[in-house]
Design a protein around this ligand. Structure first.
Ligand SMILES: *Cc1c(COP(=O)(O)O)cnc(C)c1O
Length: 326
């Protein structure tokens, strides 16, 4: 199965993404040197962390001779938007299974999905790909050769892209004490955790949990560690990570996935007004809110040098105008 697969990638974005210093934000917070890895600038139809994953996953789809892509997510999924863009570029048909029902206002990522062309299937409560097998079968019966990109692109191939992102980071030659980012389907987290071990880095890898609940009937923390270990196996490495290697901050979930509170509002406006950089309401706004809180509570100290990994998502801002109205 997975083990016999060739690991290859196709180019879908612009790498390495830059690292910049957020000196104004650092100053306003009174400490900790803050840097930002700009994966919002990967370049694929407004960018984001899924571009890295799709370079490996869609390479596999093409190698298998597939002609149709299926993936799933929330109506404002950044993962779905980047998958639609990649499929368009590669000449593949693309099907999205989106949570909820067709909204009155087509905006943000959903607007971009439609502009780039895809088939949308509304799935009600099922926003994590529960209905993928059924659609897969239907498309097969219709004579297509479908390929499933898992929820969030978080399988071993997706995680490998963040082992490679660690290689990229190390080559950019800076030493950080912490890496902070939004963690939601686990591929980014698993890859960065494993990458830290492979490249013998000393920084802490801190995922800010965005979404309570389980993935594949497994608590999220267990899913991340399991994915990191399966990824090591695919790379034929003997690393064995345990729960003790995982830092997943559950404190900032608030009312749940996609529900904006003062934490996100402050992080988004402060970053925008001090640095001219746009975060998103669901992921990076929450993760930056967590970082700001960790700096204020001195969980991260003035002497620390933190890298905030900007995973993208700003197109969703337009769909949250009510929550962000000042
Ligand atoms: C998907 C996504 C994440 C989370 O990455 P995972 O690998 O799914 O955990 C973070 N930020 C943004 C903007 C995303 O779209």
């Amino acid at each position: 199965m997975m083990h016999d697969k060739q690991i290859s990638k196709i180019s879908l974005g612009f790498f390495p993404t830059p690292i910049i210093e957020l000196s104004n934000l650092s100053r306003v917070l009174g400490g900790a040197q803050i840097f930002m890895k700009r994966d919002d600038l990967t370049g694929l139809a407004l960018g984001g962390n899924k571009t890295r994953k799709l370079e490996y996953i869609l390479s596999d789809a093409i190698a298998q001779g597939c002609d149709t892509i299926i993936t799933a997510g929330a109506a404002q999924s950044n993962h779905c938007r980047q998958t639609v863009a990649a499929a368009a570029k590669l000449g593949l048909e693309c099907h999205l299974i989106l949570g909820g029902s067709e909204p009155d206002a087509v905006t943000g990522n959903l607007l971009l999905d439609k502009v780039m062309g895809c088939h949308i299937h509304w799935a009600g409560e099922h926003r994590k790909g529960e209905d993928i097998p059924e659609l897969y079968e239907q498309l097969q019966l219709a004579g297509k050769k479908p390929y499933i990109v898992p929820y969030g692109g978080s399988n071993e191939l997706g995680a490998i892209s963040f082992v490679e992102a660690t290689r990229e980071l190390v080559s950019q030659d800076r030493s950080f004490t912490h890496i902070v980012f939004a963690s939601s389907s686990g591929g980014t987290h698993a890859g960065l955790m494993l990458g830290k071990e492979i490249f013998k880095q000393s920084y802490q890898v801190i995922g800010i949990n965005i979404d309570k609940g389980e993935i594949d009937n497994m608590p999220f923390c267990q899913h991340i560690v399991s994915l990191a270990n399966r990824t090591a196996r695919l790379l034929r490495l003997s690393h064995e990570l345990t729960a003790a290697d995982l830092i997943l901050e559950d404190e900032y979930i608030g009312e749940g996935y996609g529900i904006v509170s003062e934490l996100e509002r402050e992080a988004i406006t402060l970053t925008a007004q001090t640095e001219g950089i746009l975060l998103d309401p669901v992921y990076t706004g929450r993760a930056m809110g967590g970082l700001i809180d960790m700096i204020r509570s001195q969980h991260i100290t003035k002497e620390d040098k933190v890298l905030f990994w900007h995973t993208g998502g700003a197109p969703a801002l337009f769909a949250y105008s009510q929550d962000l109205a000042l």
